[in-house]
Design a protein around this ligand. Structure first.
Ligand SMILES: Cc1cc2nc3c(=O)[nH]c(=O)nc-3n(C[C@H](O)[C@H](O)[C@H](O)COP(=O)(O)OP(=O)(O)OC[C@H]3O[C@@H](n4cnc5c(N)ncnc54)[C@H](O)[C@@H]3O)c2cc1C
Length: 470
């Protein structure tokens, strides 16, 4: 194999050898599908990889990893391509694109599903709901299961059944040396611990096995929308309610700007609003008493909370999160003190675009009962997760929007321990990663990294650097 070191361009013969070794395909600059193949969900990351390897199966992943290592190429690993920080693409390197690997096998008797890494939550929910089953998935159905699960995974079932990663019972992955290894509670348990919250640091996962739970087909869920003038009171009353909510109910508040949705009066469109969203993961009849107080936190502009198919709830927010916009997310685990709510509602008045917003996710329930050392996702005592979002359809001024979000995050983080959630972290610097893990957890992750990726081949992620420095 050869690389033109003068230009950094891979030779045709070199790529031909790789292509011949694959069941999937290689896309490179100049190919008709190159622009489509290099695009990711977040338009803020417009990169030009040297090649995109569209893997058809595990053998292709092994070949791609070996090729990247032999050519000393930067490696980006892509499942659903929703990385906020842009980790699933790169300039001049290789993208190991798993998006064609979409197999799912549900075992309804054991309530398990074996899922390939290219599935989105919409696709996996479709398969599991055919059996009346589900696992905690994303709030937006186009999000990939892979990055989501490896970083944690907060969704409408988080208080009932924990994070997506809490429901992972096993995984197969291709490590930096091209081996395929299995990790579960008995086999490679430290690797299994690290995969549940440690992100894509340890190899390329080719199969996820999840525990499933009976959910739906109908649940109780939706949105109650209040005017900004009531936001302070709404968030504060909601916070008070969360302390007594049953595990079946997972809620959040979103301080945002009203989109032109048909159930909102036209005069509200474009004004700032406080949205209370939630889902009761039980029978709609049983849930009504639990959700009723969400309707009386103020004077609702709209109340679209009611019985809904679980699959409908999982796609409810999709129209607001189409691909192709510029996005930056950043986060902080906080306590929702009065002071924190003051800060949040004040920041709501400063959002730089109508698509920029502040979310406060309620945690607790099953999420909070997982022992802190059971998985690498360790912030189990946090009551709430604040996610600050800067989003714009236009590149113009986006840097300023990002600066707003960073500043807002710093202000919100003062109401917690300063830790953040790797999946809601749009920055790629080491300080942000360190802020995502307590010291002991980070040290344990470094030991696993040393064992499985000592040269830091997989570094395009919220990177755990090996002790060698990588
Ligand atoms: C619109 C939107 C909605 C979101 N909603 C939620 C939400 O409700 N809850 C929540 O918790 N998070 C949410 N997120 C954040 C989401 O969890 C992360 O963006 C996550 O990384 C997405 O996974 P992906 O497979 O689509 O990403 P990708 O961009 O494909 O992957 C992200 C990173 O994960 C790693 N990775 C991916 N696949 C593999 C693999 N098979 N093996 C090893 N490493 C891999 C790589 O490091 C990669 O760079 C949301 C993000 C977006 C953009």
């Amino acid at each position: 194999m050869s690389i033109d070191t003068a230009t950094g361009v891979l030779g045709d013969a070199t790529i031909g050898e790789l292509e011949a070794a694959l069941r999937g395909e290689v896309v490179r600059p100049g190919d008709p599908s190159y622009d489509e193949a290099r695009a990711v969900w977040n338009a803020a990351h417009d990169r030009r990889p040297a090649l995109v390897v569209r893997c058809a199966g595990t053998a292709d992943v092994i070949r791609a990893v070996e090729f990247a290592r032999s050519q000393d190429l930067p490696v980006a690993v892509r499942g659903g391509a929703h990385s906020i920080a842009g980790f699933s693409t790169c300039d001049g390197g290789i993208v190991i694109d798993l998006s064609a690997m979409k197999g799912a096998r549900v075992d309804p008797a054991r309530r398990r599903v074996l899922a390939q890494p290219g599935l989105t939550w919409g696709e996996l929910d479709h398969e599991t709901q055919a059996y009346g089953l589900a696992v905690t998935g994303g709030l937006v159905s186009s999000t990939g299961i892979s990055g989501f699960t490896l970083g944690g995974g907060v969704g409408w079932l988080v208080r009932r059944y924990g994070l997506a990663s809490d429901n992972l019972v096993g995984a197969d992955l291709v490590t930096a040396d091209g081996r395929s290894v299995h990790a579960d509670a008995e086999e490679n348990p430290e690797l299994f611990w690290a995969l549940r919250g440690g992100g894509g640091n340890f190899g390329v996962v080719t199969s996820f096995e999840y525990e499933l739970h009976p959910v739906g087909p109908e649940v109780l869920g939706g949105l109650v929308i209040y005017p900004q003038s009531e936001a302070r009171q709404v968030v504060s009353r909601w916070r008070d309610l969360t302390a007594g909510m049953p595990d079946e109910l997972t809620t959040l508040v979103n301080l945002t700007t009203a989109p032109p949705l048909p159930f909102l009066p036209p005069e509200v469109h474009g004004t700032r609003i406080a949205v209370v969203a939630g889902m009761y993961a039980g029978s709609p009849q049983a849930g009504e008493a639990a959700v009723a107080p969400l309707r009386t936190l103020g004077t609702p502009i709209a109340d679209v909370l009611g019985p809904i198919p679980y699959l409908g709830m999982q796609t409810l927010l999709d129209p607001l999160w189409t691909r192709g916009a510029h996005n930056y997310f950043t986060s902080a685990f906080i306590e929702a003190s009065d002071a924190a709510i003051d800060t949040m509602t004040r920041l709501h008045g400063t959002t730089p675009t109508p698509f920029s917003e502040l979310h406060l996710h309620q945690l607790g329930g099953a999420f909070g009962r997982v022992p802190a050392d059971a998985t690498a996702f360790s912030q189990r005592d946090a009551g709430f997760l604040c996610n600050v979002i800067a989003r714009s359809p236009e590149p113009d001024g986006f840097d300023g929007h990002v600066a707003w979000a960073r500043d807002a995050r710093e202000q919100m983080a003062r109401h917690g321990k300063g830790t953040m959630y790797v999946n809601f972290t749009g920055d790629a610097d080491g300080d942000r990663v360190r802020a995502s893990y307590p010291d002991a957890v980070h040290a344990r992750l470094v030991r696993v990294k040393d064992e499985y990726d000592p040269t830091n081949l997989f570094r395009l992620n919220q990177n755990i650097r090996p002790s060698s420095g990588g």
